[in-house]
Write a protein that binds this ligand. Structure first.
Ligand SMILES: N[C@@H](CCC(=O)N[C@@H](CS)C(=O)NCC(=O)O)C(=O)O
Length: 243
């Protein structure tokens, strides 16, 4: 409950491992909003989830005063639109229309291209295909390095994509940080967000990991690795010994 508003978040049964649920949780935390977390059983989805997201039947779903909002990026935008400026007193999305459009473009890029390429590193077994996924991921991270440099252009380096405070693109991308680390480790590649290749992005990642209020939400990378190998590898038909 937040100031008479009823907020429920339908989330994943294993905390921290779903970047999409984490994204919604990060936005709620940045807004300083309290809510009831309802974990979904991965084998047996609740009637509430099926009724709230009948099209995709996926989490996260935010339920605000009984009304469901689906899709993690839309949830972040909705919190900004519907619940005003509690928390740090700043909107999550930039005020300037052009900056908003850019933030939305790169957030969609992270969702549609970067993260699938990164997860694809583990899903592909053939050497050549895997090398392609690695290159796609590193190229995506180089794009984001350039965007981060653009955000700070002509000024003292801004700590976040959102400027002085965590903003839309910080949340959209920051929810993937544990995955970048876990995939780099499991694939034997070392850190994907590497200070030698993308120094600004690596420094941003370090700041984001320890920033209030998101740091408490980030899962341990060991736990995430365990989830990937024990839960996802069998689903993807990958033998643990393949790495
Ligand atoms: N595009 C969605 C993706 C959500 C998603 O893939 N959620 C996963 C958990 S990480 C899920 O609910 N999976 C259950 C299923 O696929 O049946 C978003 O951004 O919210």
């Amino acid at each position: 409950m937040a100031g008479g508003e009823e907020l429920k978040l339908l989330g994943w049964w294993a905390p921290g491992v779903s970047p999409y649920v984490l994204r919604a949780q990060m936005a709620l935390a940045v807004k300083g909003l309290s809510y009831e977390y309802l974990p979904e059983d991965r084998w047996c989805k609740s009637d509430l989830l099926i009724a709230s997201n009948p099209v995709y039947k996926k989490v996260p779903v935010l339920i605000h005063n009984g009304k469901p909002i689906c899709e993690s990026l839309l949830i972040v935008e909705y919190l900004d639109d519907a619940l005003g400026l509690p928390g740090n007193g700043k909107p999550i999305l930039p005020a300037d229309p052009y900056s908003r459009a850019l933030a939305r473009f790169w957030a969609a890029y992270a969702n549609d291209k970067l993260f699938p390429s990164c997860a694809g590193i583990l899903k592909t077994v053939k050497q050549e295909e895997r090398a392609g996924k690695v290159e796609e991921t590193l190229s995506g991270l180089r794009h984001l390095e350039a965007i981060l440099a653009e955000c700070s252009k002509g000024e003292v380096e801004a700590p976040f994509f959102g400027g002085d405070a965590i903003g839309f693109l910080d949340i959209a991308l920051g929810c993937y940080l544990p995955w970048f680390e876990a995939v780099g480790r499991l694939a034997g590649l070392g850190p994907l967000v590497d200070p030698a290749r993308t120094p600004k992005l690596a420094a941003w990642a370090e700041r984001f990991r320890v920033a209030e209020p998101v740091k408490a939400l980030l899962p341990g990378v060991d736990e995430l690795e365990e989830y990937i190998t024990k839960v996802l590898y069998p689903k993807w038909n990958i033998a643990v010994t393949s790495n």
